[in-house]
Design a protein around this ligand. Structure first.
Ligand code: NAD
Length: 428
């Protein structure tokens, strides 16, 4: 859960300042990159099913577009804040840069809880969001995508509204669309698979075979489920997953020491990634407190839920066995927790590298949409592997030769690429 006192934008700025110091950036470049270049805040009035009007608050933030159109997801979340969106948009800038794709960073959000909205209300909200901001987004300006609690159907409603307002077909406006309606095969797997491609490469560096490893995963949504799928295909075993329980308004961890069964877990999970506590218990899983996923005797931890999850308060609870943390979620680790991780010499694959598979495949989707020619799934996934592996190796080589940890190395590479693009354009 997002804690009120935690401000992800402050974390993002601190991380940026560190990279800026390492790169000795000049003041103008710092001023430009420390804050979003553009922000849109707006109200979205929606007629609810009971005929009453309700006004939702929406945002779109474009952090930087020096390397290409802004790119980033749109979240529906009851605790959404403008600072969360700012932080996430900044992380998108570094993500597209580290993956070396010709896009910038953006993010959007609506303060709402889709659990409490009917399908029609969700459709109206999607269309309302587009109506408020359509003049400032588009295929060559800023390209949204799904994120926490938004899905391909939401993207299609948004595309339909956008094309209606613009009076032309513009399928490159948004990514994460349903397959057959402009979506790319492989997109739903891309983020989770990408996380595991980086885990595979990290294990190679540490000389460990995936089949000798155990993992624990926070979250059981899109990223987590496909990360588990590929990790198991490589021979690894996941012993614990956690998820949010809407009824109890808390999270739980679910453990099966002989290894969780993905298919079985999916059968007791709602569309928001919430695992049914009762049903999973009947399947023989232990139900543990929400934070227990972090305390398991495993080699690999994959936080794949939300930001601010591994903190100064709980980082010491990680087992001494942990060798790799692959950040599936955005911003799951605070700078205080990083101190513990670095002291213990844990190999961290930072969020904007680990979860760059999603935006890489979104980029492939945009390319396919603009060409109106769609690739086979294997083609998409092998291109994803090439891009993710190259990005991982560039960061780990840089980390080794400059004696940096992976997070600092990834930051230096990506901030440098964006700063250079701003300089080349004459912005600073
Ligand atoms: P999702 O909505 O599909 O799933 C989120 C999961 O986290 C659910 O299982 C939910 O129950 C769980 N969760 C929520 N709060 C929790 C808590 N306090 N404790 C434990 N579990 C909790 O979301 P997703 O698309 O899988 O995204 C997960 C993370 O990955 C987010 O940080 C998102 O920004 C990031 N991300 C997603 C993508 C993508 O392509 N989907 C790409 C890059 C980054």
């Amino acid at each position: 859960m997002v804690k009120n006192s935690y401000n992800p934008f402050e974390t993002a700025q601190k991380q940026f300042d560190r990279a800026a110091d390492m790169l000795e950036l000049d003041q103008a470049t710092r001023d430009l990159l420390r804050n979003p270049i553009r922000e849109f805040h707006f109200s979205i009035p929606i007629r609810m099913d009971d005929s009453q009007m309700k006004v939702f608050r929406g945002f779109r933030v474009q952090h930087n577009d020096a390397r290409g159109p802004a790119k980033g997801g749109l979240r529906f979340h009851p605790q959404e804040t403008i600072d969360t969106v700012r932080a996430l948009s900044m992380w998108m800038t570094w993500k597209t840069a580290v993956a070396d794709i010709p896009l910038g960073g953006g993010k959007g959000g609506v303060i709402c809880d889709p659990h409490n909205l009917s399908q029609i209300e969700q459709e109206r909200l999607c269309r309302g969001w587009v109506r408020q901001v359509f003049k400032n987004i588009g295929p060559s300006v800023d390209v949204p995508a799904p994120d926490v609690m938004t899905n391909p159907q939401h993207m299609l409603w948004m595309l339909d509204e956008y094309e209606t307002l613009r009076g032309e077909k513009l399928p490159g406006f948004i990514t994460g669309k349903p397959v057959g309606m402009g979506g790319s095969l492989g997109r739903k797997e891309a983020t989770g698979y990408g996380v595991i491609i980086t885990v595979r490469e990290a294990l190679k560096e540490l000389n460990i075979s995936p089949s000798d490893t155990l993992a624990s995963v926070q979250g059981f949504g899109n990223v987590s489920q496909y990360a588990i799928e590929l990790y198991e295909q490589l021979g690894g075993k996941v012993v614990c997953v956690s998820s949010w329980n809407q009824e109890d308004q808390t999270s739980y961890s679910f453990r099966k020491k002989e290894g969780v069964d993905l298919k079985e877990l999916r059968s007791v999970t709602n569309p928001f990634g919430g695992i049914d506590k009762q049903k999973v218990q009947e399947l023989g899983y232990e139900v543990l407190p929400g934070e227990a996923w972090l305390e398991q005797e495993v080699d690999i931890l994959i936080p794949a839920a939300l930001e601010n999850q591994i903190t100064g308060d709980n980082a010491e609870k990680m087992s001494k066995r942990v060798k790799i943390i692959a950040e599936g979620a955005n911003g799951p680790t605070t700078p205080d927790a990083d101190k513990v991780i670095n002291k213990r010499n844990i190999f961290i694959v930072p969020d904007f590298l680990a979860n760059a598979g999603g935006v890489t495949c979104s980029y492939f989707e945009q390319v396919q949409s603009n060409m109106n020619y769609f690739w086979e799934r294997d083609d998409v996934l092998s291109r994803l592997d090439v891009k993710m592996t190259a990005a991982f190796i560039a960061v780990s080589d840089f980390a080794r030769s400059n004696k940096l940890n992976m997070r600092d190395a990834a930051y230096v590479i990506s901030v440098n690429r964006v700063a250079q693009a701003c300089k080349d354009r004459g912005w600073v």
